[in-house]
Design a protein. Structure first.
Length: 302
């Protein structure tokens, strides 16, 4: 199997994002201590923070003992709540790492958004992360659209697996890791992709802890039942070992009679959300994300 030609697949703007990310978050970060990994990640995210759109406010509080950040855009409509679950391999990230991303999604969709600061591994192995997300969901009134990137996409799909379509109008999963076969497909083709390698995926999988209970809540692609899941949009980045998971998950839902679609954003890499203001491709991809979220959320008006 020949290695992808990332020099041609990835344009200069995305390479600039990759270089800027690597300067703050070393490519061998998984070899560092957990505290060092978190410091690297926080510094990386902070340098891309774009501030809040005009009129967006945020309030930190706890729900069911879980820290959350509630975003309210100007002229917000309150018939649907967006719930954002951040990525970071279940190990890094929090309310600050995706702060501006959440603020912009709330502003674009003109809807309140709630970000969840779930417990991280290895101090809190699975199912602590999913339990926190379920607790916040259960305490959030009314219809909801779930949004998650990377590990957060896994947690969205795990939540949907447990609660099915109950009040969930839809879920938008951005370069999610859903438990695909690490020996095949994109995991092998893009094993040495920029910003996320197969070795990184294996590290995060190992540190999360073993499966407890229903395998479908832990690895949504391994579920035995894909019926009654909410409408789903699963989005792959072309240059990402996780790319095939998005398509396999959407296909499984469709085969079970549900509504799902997936697509690949060409020339983009894992974590491209932070590149949306420095890459035209990432900006266009972010527009599609926001359109997908709004399309699901405003069903509540019908």
């Amino acid at each position: 199997m020949s290695a992808p030609d990332y020099g041609n697949l990835i344009d200069a703007e995305v390479w600039a994002f990759i270089d800027k990310s690597n300067a703050a978050y070393p490519e061998d970060a998984v070899d560092a201590s957990i505290d060092e990994q978190r410091a690297f990640y926080d510094a990386c995210c902070a340098q891309f923070h774009a501030g809040y759109p005009a009129g967006v406010t945020a309030t930190d509080r706890e729900i069911a003992g879980v820290p959350v950040r509630d975003y309210t855009p100007a002229n917000a409509k309150d018939h649907t709540t967006l719930i954002y679950i951040h990525g970071g391999g279940f190990v890094v990230g929090g309310l600050d790492s995706h702060d501006d991303i959440c603020a912009e999604i709330a502003d674009r969709c003109k809807l309140p958004l709630r970000a969840i600061d779930y417990r991280l591994c290895p101090e809190n192995p699975y199912p602590a992360d999913l339990a926190d997300c379920l607790a916040v969901f259960d305490a959030t009134d009314g219809p909801v659209v779930l949004i998650g990137d990377s590990a957060g996409g896994n947690l969205c799909a795990g939540l949907s697996h447990v609660r099915r379509a109950d009040r969930i109008l839809g879920q938008v999963l951005i370069y999610p890791g859903l438990g695909g076969d690490l020996t095949q497909g994109s995991y092998q083709t893009h094993a040495f992709a920029p910003l996320l390698t197969l070795a990184d995926v294996e590290f995060y999988k190992g540190i999360r802890g073993p499966v407890v209970g229903d395998i479908g809540a832990y690895s949504p692609l391994k579920a035995s039942d894909f019926t009654d899941l909410p409408q789903t949009v699963a989005i792959a980045a072309e240059c990402d070992p996780l790319a095939d998971d998005a398509h396999a998950y959407a296909a499984a839902i469709t085969a079970a009679g549900g509504q799902a679609q997936s697509w690949t954003d060409a020339g983009l890499v894992h974590s491209w959300l932070r590149a949306r203001h420095m890459s035209e491709k990432a900006g266009v991809a972010f527009d599609r994300v926001c359109s997908a979220i709004a399309g699901m959320a405003y069903k509540a008006e019908v």
